[in-house]
Ligand binder design. Structure first.
Ligand SMILES: O=C(O)[C@H](O)[C@H](O)COP(=O)(O)O
Ligand SMILES: [Mg+2]
Length: 313
């Protein structure tokens, strides 16, 4: 964070681009690659913001490389392709790099645990499961309907004596979970107390949806953090393990890349810590301009707009 502070102290302050066509064009011309956040930038849940397909098309016409970098682990890259298609946004599945994919490749290609003791206990939705499958990583928990029930008295005994546990579990992975239950947390806690590695796709405290804010992945994994006293290793933004993986896959010059996002402590921090050429904050999601215009603000974008469609000038 000290590096960011000195960078911020030296910079003239974020440029406000909305309504300033010449500055918008100059800003866009500085970059060859745009890393796009999704929730709070392109849409809010199922609500697509105005002029998004046109803005994406404009950047493609200018020959820009686009990568969609979301922390939302509930969907896989394939699910996002379907969502893009349903919203008329021209995008390829290969251009999507989500936190569930980031976690799956970290487990499969970095941790490389030996079978059979390489199974992942998931607290999250099908996006995590699909990406683990795509990397041939075994898992349990997650959307298993047997876990979507109340805790029964005998469950305490069976978790304690291990009969409800899978001995091959070596990792507990949390993501945004729309179906948390006491039983799922009890199993997660038991695995971590047995020595399983505690990972998270992301730890965003809130989720922007339907124009409002809801509990985020960080909030649905908080009971496990409190119960175990352990902080998970988070593999979504602002993790630089994710930035390295994205750079490795898409091969680009970081100085010619810009991160576009709605959240300071994930998107903008991700771009700044990643040494990208620029960051653009969009005010349709989580962060408010007062947060980064305030004196002494720690994370400050290079520029900001009211909404992404403003890039059309
Ligand atoms: O709780 C979450 O997982 C986040 O709020 C959500 O996923 C953010 O997604 P993004 O803005 O990175 O697309
Ligand atoms: Mg966002």
């Amino acid at each position: 964070m000290q590096a960011i502070k000195s960078l911020v102290a030296a910079s003239p302050g974020p440029q406000y681009l909305t309504g300033d066509k010449a500055s918008i064009d100059a800003f866009i011309d500085k970059f060859d690659v745009f890393l796009f956040d999704c929730d709070g930038v392109l849409w809010s849940g199922d609500h697509l913001f105005a002029r998004i397909p046109e803005t994406i098309a404009m950047l493609r016409e200018k020959g820009k490389q686009l990568v969609f970098v979301t922390n939302n682990s509930t969907k896989s890259r394939g699910d996002y392709k379907k969502k893009f298609d349903s919203m008329g946004i021209a995008a390829k599945e290969e251009e999507v790099f989500g936190s569930s994919y980031s976690a799956a490749i970290y487990i499969a290609r970095i941790m490389k645990l030996e079978a059979p003791k390489n199974k992942v206990y998931v607290l999250g939705e099908s996006g995590v499961e699909q990406e683990l499958e795509s990397e041939k990583v075994p898992y349990c928990g997650g959307t298993d309907p047997l876990l979507r029930r109340d805790m029964m008295p005998e469950d305490f005994k069976n978790v304690a004596n291990g009969s409800l546990l899978d001995d091959n579990v070596a990792i507990v992975l949390t993501g945004l979970d729309y179906h948390p239950s006491y039983l799922k947390y009890a199993l997660g806690m038991a695995y971590i107390r047995r020595g399983a590695k505690f990972l998270a796709t992301n730890i965003d405290s809130t989720l922007p949806s339907a124009g409002s804010l809801f509990p985020g992945a960080g909030s649905t994994s908080a009971p496990l953090i409190k119960a175990t006293g352990q902080e998970p290793l988070a593999l979504g933004k602002p993790s630089q393990a994710m930035m390295d993986a994205i750079e490795g896959k898409f091969q680009f010059d970081r100085k010619k890349a810009c991160m576009i996002g709605d959240r300071l402590n994930t998107d903008i921090q991700f771009g700044i810590e990643g040494g990208l050429g620029g960051t653009l904050c969009v005010l349709t999601g989580v962060s408010k301009k007062e947060e980064f215009l305030a004196a002494g603000a720690e994370v400050v974008p290079s520029a900001y707009v009211d909404e992404l469609g403003d890039l059309l000038g």
